[in-house]
Design a protein around this ligand. Structure first.
Ligand code: MN
Length: 154
């Protein structure tokens, strides 16, 4: 990553100088919705990346799993997340550890945008998306079934 100084000031809200804002396309398949991505740090010497994801009210991140881990800090807004078999309400500055192979998803269900920082290995495996039978297995847990139906009013 090239930048001209050691400081990249915040512009407004959760946007920063010299950080590309990557809006996600919305998909009909509803794997994710209304979420954007910014890579804040991507230094080979650190061997990790720090990204910032933000969902509009009612948006959600991709439901996925993979071998690599995530270390997450909620930065703004309230919402709910799935980590493995656990559904948790989250608020600003909460910390969430996503272990290897845990299904995970974040949902901005509180009528406001929700953003989180996510630290990840620079070199990592590709995420797996749930098959129909994976989804059926997840929905067998009533708390997860309710989570997967969560929308803005949830
Ligand atoms: Mn992930």
């Amino acid at each position: 990553m090239e930048h001209s100084s050691h400081l990249r000031p915040r512009q407004q809200d959760c946007r920063w100088d010299a950080v590309e804002h990557l809006p996600y396309k919305e998909e009909g398949s509803s794997l994710f919705k209304a979420i954007s991505r910014q890579v804040l740090f991507d230094e080979p010497e650190l061997a990790c990346q720090l990204r910032y994801f933000e969902m509009d009210a009612g948006g959600y991140s991709t439901l996925e799993r993979h071998e690599h881990m995530h270390a997450v800090m909620i930065l703004r807004g309230h919402g709910v997340c799935l980590v493995a078999e656990e559904v948790c309400a989250v608020k600003p500055l909460d910390l969430i550890t996503i272990p290897a192979w845990a299904w995970h998803q974040f949902r901005a269900n509180a009528g406001e945008p929700m953003g989180f920082m996510c630290m990840v290995n620079q070199t990592r495996d590709r995420p797996q998306l749930p098959s129909e039978s994976d989804l059926a297995g997840l929905r067998a847990n009533p708390a997860i079934a309710a989570f997967l139906q969560t929308t803005e009013a949830g």
